[in-house]
Design a protein around this ligand. Structure first.
Ligand code: NOJ
Length: 532
């Protein structure tokens, strides 16, 4: 086995929803050449060290690429395999690593495996998917639900059996209990690593295994119709987190360890013990389950403090955390907690110990777009409308400048640009030394330049006053204090730190000043990174 080269704990990964990032051929859809043309922006101007690309494989795009028709190719709307090779090469020249999205749970119904599988009960690929006979009354085999609404089973007329789809009916679930499926999928990881990519983000791995007996799931007694996502009507004890999931994570990491310097992050919506169990099962430092707590927990200092202290304690020196404020499935952070607090959140995420993922547009405080009923694109909203489940708002094109179509494309974009783009865009933000963009730029730079922020331990401190978060990062002789006001109200604090130098303030207006934290008034929506 070759020695590992680590992904450093101060890595910053830019999560790029490819179709919304930059369109180079003016068809209204972002593409690979658009990314190549933006590498300078990513590596030099912003300073990120890696990019994660949403799925770029050939796909009917029912779920915008999460329905893959060929795992070893590139969809022509994004480019070609040659262009992808160029992207890998050029990104590496810019010292940017590349992560691909790996979607192991389901394929598109247009994938040739499924086409074969559905053709007859005797086809050798039949068992590559999950088929079951109807109940005696013709109904689906059990009560399992699709994440996007309705039954998880679709009746296939050719053979009169149902196939399982935990997402859209055009996304049939693979049967990982068939070892040929496992073998083929692990080889797909190797295929892309052989072409030079540096890591993967894994889509919903915790649903890969289902109860082989196909037993019903129990009802969720807390479910309220019309208020909750219909998927939450059941407790998903038979379709997620089965014991085999943990063994599979180990297999994934073993494949990555055949190579050098690879990394894997998994989509893992679970609680703290669930995350620790996943880390321990995979047992490899460069495997990390996403920690989504900055998205899911209420935005309060005490709640986050309790969680992070416990998490850091549990990970110890064995594993590195992985933080994220937003993604293509959740409302944007600046819409969830407001623009002022989104600055505090950025400061928080980028000073915590561990790898940070930035969702494209977060660097300018992009907010959710408003998508009219006529323009709905998301299959989730189409099947479960009106419950604020649509993911279209957080997928609007990146706002590059104030020109028509926000500098994203010369054609009408696949999804409407956010109306605020003339004011809120990268070009405008770059001119303002106190902007969101300036803050991100500085935070990323500070992470690289300060050993305490790149490698230092997270040292929990007390909550000095209600809704203020305080912690230390420490490495050798460097000590950096992070003080964050989670409130819009001013706070009186008194800490025994004199002559602390402000490396960065959330408003960017007080950088480089010396302050005495004894008897100090911390303004609302303000935060500091302080050199002690
Ligand atoms: C999670 C992805 O993030 C989401 O966008 C997708 O719809 C589902 N998995 C299904 O692949």
């Amino acid at each position: 086995m070759q020695p590992e080269i680590s992904w450093k704990a101060n890595s910053v990964v830019y999560h790029l929803y490819v179709r919304s990032f930059k369109d180079s051929n003016n068809d209204g859809i972002g593409d690979l050449q658009g990314i190549i043309n933006s590498l300078h922006y990513l590596s030099k101007t912003l300073g990120v060290t890696a990019i994660w690309l949403s799925p770029i494989y050939p796909s009917p795009q029912v779920d915008f690429g999460y329905d893959i028709a060929d795992y070893k190719n590139i969809d022509q709307i994004f480019g070609t395999r040659n262009i992808f090779d160029t992207l890998i090469k050029k990104a590496h020249e810019h010292k940017i690593k590349i992560m691909m999205d790996f979607v192991p749970n389901h394929t598109s119904d247009k994938h040739k495996w499924f086409q074969e599988s559905r053709s007859s009960k005797n086809n050798p690929k039949r068992d590559w998917y999950i088929w079951a006979s109807p109940k005696s009354n013709g109904q689906p085999p059990n009560n399992w639900l699709s994440h996007f609404g309705g039954s998880a089973w679709a009746l296939d007329a050719t053979t009169g059996e149902y196939y399982l789809h935990l997402f859209n009916e055009h996304q049939p679930d693979l049967n990982w209990r068939n070892f040929l499926v496992e073998k083929e999928m692990l080889n797909i990881l190797r295929f892309w690593m052989n072409r030079g990519i540096d890591g993967f983000r894994v889509d919903v791995p915790y649903v890969i295994y289902k109860d082989p007996l196909l037993e019903d799931e129990p009802l969720n007694s807390n479910y309220m119709e019309g208020k909750h996502d219909p998927f939450d009507m059941l407790l998903h004890t038979k379709t997620s987190w089965q014991p085999e999931f943990y063994q599979l994570m180990k297999k994934f990491t073993e494949v990555l360890q055949e190579y050098k310097g690879k990394f894997m992050v998994t989509e893992t919506w679970t609680d703290l013990p669930g995350l620790i169990k996943t880390y321990n099962a995979a047992g490899w430092k460069y495997f990390q389950p996403f920690n989504f707590s900055l998205i899911t927990l209420p935005w309060r200092a005490d709640i986050h403090k309790q969680y992070i202290d416990e998490y850091e304690r549990a990970l110890g020196d064995l594993y590195i955390p992985c933080w994220v404020l937003g993604n293509h499935d959740k409302h944007r952070v600046a819409s969830r907690i407001g623009k002022d607090q989104a600055r505090i959140a950025a400061m928080f995420e980028l000073t915590l110990h561990g790898i940070s993922f930035i969702y494209y547009g977060e660097e300018i405080g992009m907010i959710d777009g408003k998508i009219s009923k006529k323009k709905v694109m998301d299959p989730y909203e189409k099947t479960s409308p009106g419950l604020d489940l649509s993911r279209d708002p957080e997928r609007t094109p990146l706002q590059w400048d104030s020109s028509e179509n926000a500098g994203f494309s010369n054609a009408t974009p696949w999804i409407p640009i956010n109306k605020n783009y003339r004011k809120s865009n990268i070009a405008t933000e770059m001119k303002d030394p106190h902007s969101f963009f300036a803050l991100y730029q500085k935070l990323i730079r500070l992470r690289k330049e300060n050993p305490a922020l790149s490698e230092g331990k997270y040292i929990p401190l007390f909550e000095p006053v209600e809704n203020v978060f305080l912690f230390l990062r420490e490495k050798d002789s460097q000590r950096v204090l992070i003080l964050l006001n989670f409130d819009d109200k001013d706070k009186k604090i008194s800490l025994d730190f004199k002559d602390a130098k402000i490396l960065c303030s959330a408003t960017m207006k007080e950088d480089n000043k010396l302050i005495d934290l004894n008897n100090f008034s911390l303004r609302g929506n303000e935060g500091y990174i302080l050199q002690l």
